[in-house]
Design a protein around this ligand. Sequence first.
Ligand code: 5AD
Ligand code: SF4
Ligand code: FES
Length: 481
Amino acid sequence: MAVIDIIKKAETKHDLTRQEIVELLKTDEHDAELFAAADRVRKQFVGDEVHLRGLIEFTNCCSQNCLYCGLRQDNVKLERYRLEPETIIEFASKAASDGYKTVVLQAGEGEFYSREEMLQIIKSIKALDVAITLSIGEKTREEYQAYRDAGADRYLLRIETTDKKLYEKMSPGMIFENRVRCLHDLKELGYELGTGCLVGLPGQTMESLADDILFFKELGADMIGVGPFIPNSDTPLGDATGGTFELSLKVMAITRLLMPDINIPATTAMEALNENGRMLGLQSGANVIMPNVTEGDYRRLYALYPGKICVGDTPAHCRSCVTAKIEDIGRSVSQGYGYRKKAAVRSMAKTVINRKLEIMQDIADVVAMNKEIGLGQDIAALVETEKYKQCEDFATKMNMELTVIEQKVPDEAKRAYRIRFKLAMMKGIEVFGEPSLFLQWIDKQADAFGGEAWRCLITSAEGLQKVIDELGRISESNSQP
Ligand code: 5AD
Ligand code: SF4
Ligand code: FES
């Protein structure tokens, strides 16, 4: 399939094969089209609002040794810090009063806080009326359960790479299956689940990135963060090549096409490689930004990779900086908590609205067709009345009935049938004053036609026409002195 057709397929079907994803990743000829498609899907499914999550990096201590990461335990060059619970709560409280509706608590792995401390932190922050996202690594299911019970809403745990060999090479001592276990536990416990990957790890292939994207989809994650690997000279991978901004953006854009209704952050690491990285991200599928709300020198000390943005800035400065940038590209900052709006729920609401619009349209058609059908009544005047409103509600209620009946009507006759149906309902209510009396009358009419249920009259356009004719006669005789 031509690359442009793969993009089209992804935009309309939200589904691609591994091979198709690989083809997309391997060429950069149609990147502009890919980003534009992801931007359209983002707009259609999650809208123009950007959710801000205030990030608190509460300790840079870590007992793991990921080869790419500056926080790795063996990096003795890094000055370590561990914020006191009160400080964490204070930062969260400032974030909440600055208007953040989500606070993300991020840290390295390990037991640097007791369970009681963590629970206290979560409960205190929850009391600020914000959603809480935890990003504190692999834990037991029981621990995840305890945090969840205390009020944590979401959890971020990047799979980093789905290539088991590569994963275990990059994170010595860590076990791929346990990470997957964590993700499943979190999901089962009712967290909104965030995961994601690093792009450009040494030895990572396009096939492997395609697997990452398919893994996100299969897992049913609610949030996916994709960022370039940026080599850190204080780590064993200091001389590695690293990932590019463009490839990260592509992985992110394809993720949006395949998972149209999830939340996707324009990641901070993207901006470390491109000074407009986060806004380009927002214009290529992303709808979330995670400004740092950690204060002081801690920002610099949370040194995952070099070139980290905003290390010398204050939370207040970042907040207004990011708001201005978002508004500059014609988007707005969301005032909500920013939970994932699942497409299923949205599309149900949409169906109801569309149905209403359809009914309105049909009634407009009825008005236009009135002369043609020749009832001689001024339906336009009826539309202005309270009865019309009743009729509209009634027609909505009759909707189920109508859809069942309609299945039996041949396609080409459907519209004429539907219009007669609506017209009959409207006339019925006009003549009898209310739906129930009208239905009683139809039942009687059906008796006159051989004793069958009234439905026999309304299952065909002809039957309906009989009803309409009869209603017309009644209405005329009613209006005679
Ligand atoms: N470059 C980019 N991202 C990194 N992370 C860790 N080290 C690096 C690096 N050198 C990311 C990991 C981790 C997140 C907190 O930071 O993906 O999940
Ligand atoms: Fe620790 Fe996470 Fe860095 Fe690995 S990536 S060293 S677990 S902070
Ligand atoms: Fe921190 Fe712009 S977001 S300075």
